[in-house]
Write a protein that binds this ligand. Structure first.
Ligand code: SF4
Length: 386
């Protein structure tokens, strides 16, 4: 049988849909999308640079959080040239608060590649897009289909869930067997020809493949939601194996919950002559390229002033001996698998004792606004009324 894939864990086989199912699915999805397409700032463009910026910003970030950043970023960096010519620190400043800062670093690197290797023109071949720093198969597929009208599939959180349910795939769809199956499904469902005669949705370009991919994502994010999918209002309910079998609560199979690790860290607000000692995270560590108040993990339960490991670690980072003065505030936040309790203290520097391992700068209060800080660093600047 054509299009059969083995599920190695249970030796199940799945027949991917074909013929009438595909025809019905495409028709129903596009008809639904014509009525329900989300209106998003990046939906009205086929400019590959803008599509790329939006797709990178949207990775692991909600559309609501991205909107403001998208406009501000494009206003300052309207094309690959302006982005490539900018300083790292300025790019990070425009990304500040959006999180996952490595995305901004990779975006900046990729803009330099576009300028140096592609004459400033965004490449149109999918393999060349895929070769850009920070671009994976999903992003390359989205740019190719939306900006260049190519028949390239996409698979991200919403479409993984949607396709897994359409097929009633019982195992973890993010593991290699499931992932391979769903990529096949994502390619199979795309229309066979690029039909440029219809304009689905409001303010949409005529790109059938791009529109189709966006329709899949919208159905996944608006109707086939993680908990309690709205099957009653789903345009493809009669084609959905999960709905037919009543397995909505079981599919997709949930990944094991991530085990968070509690962690304690401390940050020091060190002021001298109206300037604040700031350090910059080097390459290869969390928040690379961003500035922060001197900060390190705390392993001891002793009061911080008696924690020699912490004080020595800070000393190596900034090149000064320090004295802890008084507590300022506590901030709780999460980074990847860590749930962090960050205690901020006022402190002072004593004598200089070595070359600092990190880049440091004494920064005037008014200039702190120009530095790209991590979110907690920015909060501290406000909380201590610098
Ligand atoms: S019928 Fe329900 S489970 Fe199936 S795709 Fe639609 S919303 Fe998702």
């Amino acid at each position: 049988m054509k299009n059969v894939i083995k599920n190695s864990s249970k030796q199940n086989t799945f027949s991917l849909p074909k013929g009438k199912w595909l025809k019905d699915f495409r028709q129903k999805l596009l008809a639904w999308y014509a009525e329900h397409a989300r209106i998003l700032p990046w939906r009205g463009t086929t400019d590959p640079y803008k599509v790329w910026v939006s797709e990178i910003m949207l990775q692991q970030t909600t559309t609501a959080a991205v909107e403001g950043y998208y406009y501000r970023f494009l206003e300052r960096f309207p094309n690959p040239q302006t982005l490539a010519e900018a300083e790292d620190s300025e790019v990070l400043r425009y990304w500040e608060g959006l999180g996952y800062y490595r995305r901004a670093v990779q975006l900046h690197r990729a803009a330099k590649v576009i300028v140096s290797e592609h004459n400033g023109q965004f490449p149109d071949a999918c393999d060349k897009i895929l070769a850009l720093p920070g671009v994976g198969r999903y992003t390359a597929g989205a740019i190719s289909s939306i900006a260049y009208h190519q028949r390239t599939p996409i698979l991200e959180a919403n479409t993984i869930r949607l396709h897994a349910r359409l097929l009633a795939y019982p195992d973890d769809p993010t593991k290699s067997v499931g992932n391979k199956l769903l990529w096949q499904m994502a390619e199979l469902v795309l229309p066979e020809q690029n039909n440029n005669t219809q304009n689905h949705g409001r303010n949409e370009p005529n790109t059938q493949y791009g529109i189709f991919n966006q329709a899949l994502m919208d159905l996944g994010s608006m109707v086939c939601v993680p908990k309690s999918p709205d099957c009653f209002n789903c345009p493809v309910v009669k084609l959905c194996q999960t709905a037919l079998k009543g397995l909505q609560d079981a599919i997709p199979a949930l990944k094991k919950e991530q085990n968070f690790e509690e962690r304690s860290e401390a940050a020091l607000v060190i002021e001298k002559n109206g300037k604040y000692l700031m350090m910059r995270y080097p390459e290869g560590v969390r928040w690379a390229g961003l500035w922060d108040f001197p900060r390190h993990v705390v392993l001891s339960e002793k009061p911080l002033e008696y924690d020699t490991d912490f004080c020595l670690a800070i000393q190596r980072m900034i090149g000064y001996k320090i004295a802890i003065l008084s507590p300022l505030t506590t901030i709780r936040h999460s980074v990847t698998r860590f749930k962090i309790t960050l205690n901020a203290y006022f402190a002072e520097t004593l004598e200089k004792c070595s070359k600092s391992e990190y880049e440091i700068q004494w920064v005037k209060e008014k200039d702190l606004a120009k530095l790209a800080l991590n979110t907690t660093g920015r909060k501290i600047t406000k909380l201590c009324k610098l």
